[in-house]
Design a protein around this ligand. Structure first.
Ligand SMILES: Cc1ncc(COP(=O)(O)O)c(C=O)c1O
Length: 401
């Protein structure tokens, strides 16, 4: 077989880390490598009733094609929810239903990026966004971050230096992978820079409602006066990811572009899944469900931080997230988290090496650690094992000089 694939495929490769992480499927493995919501929070029984109702009441409509921009009533509910929980003032006409936020990322790249254009992103950033953008062959300029978000002086410098910058991509709430949340000041500064340079901001916020400590911060979209911010929201982390129903909120001009490309991609998001979510929201209290998730993740994050504080050797730094599903760990400079992972897998514990989250590479000393799917007991045991491996590894490195 001699097929000549598109040039873009040269950049799309299976990651070796995925191969390694396949080993984490073993039954006695404690895996902090995934990024899945806790399945025990999925309201399976209630959902069965909802699915029955939708099929009995409007089965034919539920199984038919439907509009590209999504069900109008669901868009109404989403706009209401966003305005109540994220401080925005959006209308249903600004909402477009997507097949996962992942599709929102793909479509954003499709409408904004030509080959060689520049994406300004946090350093580190979400691996799935890197994967969604790469086929459009952009260059990534990573903007250094600290505990409050992107360092705005660095962002401004990049905007000055990169005439081909076309999009600023950020995950301001409990970031995947770092767990960090942007301060209000930085959000305001970001909106101001996007206004000054007339560059759209893609605000990806799947974890925004999963806060279990600290104070809620206004969404970037709520600070936008120019229609330059596109907000991506999703039911994946506050309800069930398998439904693949999410949304974006954008100004009419931008939204129209998304609608046009979505038509060509998948015509529309699953009709029945949209109607089931709509029925669920109307019949049950989604906030109650979110409260259960928050409480569970809060307990698991506490268990993880307690174990980290107790077992991790000096010199290992980690974030203390106020929501979401991840903790970010930095080993001392020069350490290699991939070597640590190989050894950890032998000890039946796993995580994701952090270098995968830097589009331009480097940062081999970092790790992403997930706490949403393990019990508090597993977390304690897993962290103890991980800390033991790290301690031995660091001692060796010191001994080797
Ligand atoms: C930052 C971020 N954006 C987008 C997604 C994709 O979400 P969805 O399930 O809505 O496609 C994820 C999923 O983990 C994520 O962490």
């Amino acid at each position: 077989m001699k097929i000549e694939f598109a040039k873009r495929m040269q950049k799309i490769k299976a990651s070796e880390i995925r191969e390694l992480l396949k080993l984490t499927q073993q039954p006695d493995m404690i895996s902090f490598a995934g990024g899945l919501p806790a399945p025990e929070t999925f309201p399976v029984e209630d959902f069965r009733k909802v699915a029955d109702t939708v099929l009995e009441r409007e089965g034919r409509r539920a199984l038919q094609y439907s509009p590209t921009d999504g069900d109008g009533q669901l868009r109404e509910e989403i706009a209401k929810r966003m305005n109540a929980t994220r401080g925005t003032h959006v209308t249903a006409d600004e909402i477009l239903i997507t097949s996962g936020s992942q599709q929102g990322l793909d479509m954003s790249a499709m409408i904004l990026l030509d080959e060689g254009d520049v994406v300004l992103c946090e350093s580190p950033t979400y691996l799935g966004a890197i994967q969604a953008f790469v086929p459009y062959q952009p260059r990534f300029r990573e903007i250094p971050t600290d505990d409050e978000g992107m360092i705005l002086e660095e962002l401004e410098k990049a905007l000055e230096e990169e005439p081909r910058a076309k999009m600023i991509y950020v995950i301001p709430d409990f970031q995947n992978p770092s767990g960090r949340t942007w301060s209000l000041e930085r959000r305001k500064g970001l909106v101001e820079l996007s206004r000054r340079y007339q560059i759209p901001v893609l605000e990806d916020s799947p974890y925004g409602e999963l806060r279990f400590a600290g104070q809620q911060v206004a969404s970037v979209k709520s600070l936008d006066t120019e229609g330059l911010v596109v907000h991506l929201g999703t039911f994946s982390k506050i309800f069930c990811p398998g439904l693949r129903v999410a949304w974006l909120a954008a100004s009419p001009e931008l939204r129209r572009k998304y609608e046009l490309v979505k038509q060509g991609i998948d015509l529309h998001t699953s009709t029945i899944n949209q109607l089931e979510i709509l029925e669920y929201i109307r019949r049950y209290d989604l906030d109650e469900n979110i409260e259960v998730i928050r409480k569970l993740y809060g307990e698991r994050r506490n268990a993880m931080l307690e174990a980290m504080d107790e077992f991790m050797p000096d010199g290992v730094k980690y974030t203390r997230p106020e929501g979401g599903m991840f903790l970010w760990v930095e080993l001392p400079e020069g350490a290699n988290a991939r070597v640590v992972l190989e050894r950890c897998i032998k000890e039946k514990v796993a995580f994701v090496p952090g270098d995968s989250f830097y589009p331009n590479g480097g940062h081999e000393n970092t790790m992403r650690v997930n706490y949403s799917v393990s019990s508090s007991e597993q977390i304690r045991t897993g962290v103890e094992r991980m800390a033991r491996v790290i301690r031995a590894y660091l001692n060796e490195s010191v001994a080797a000089g």
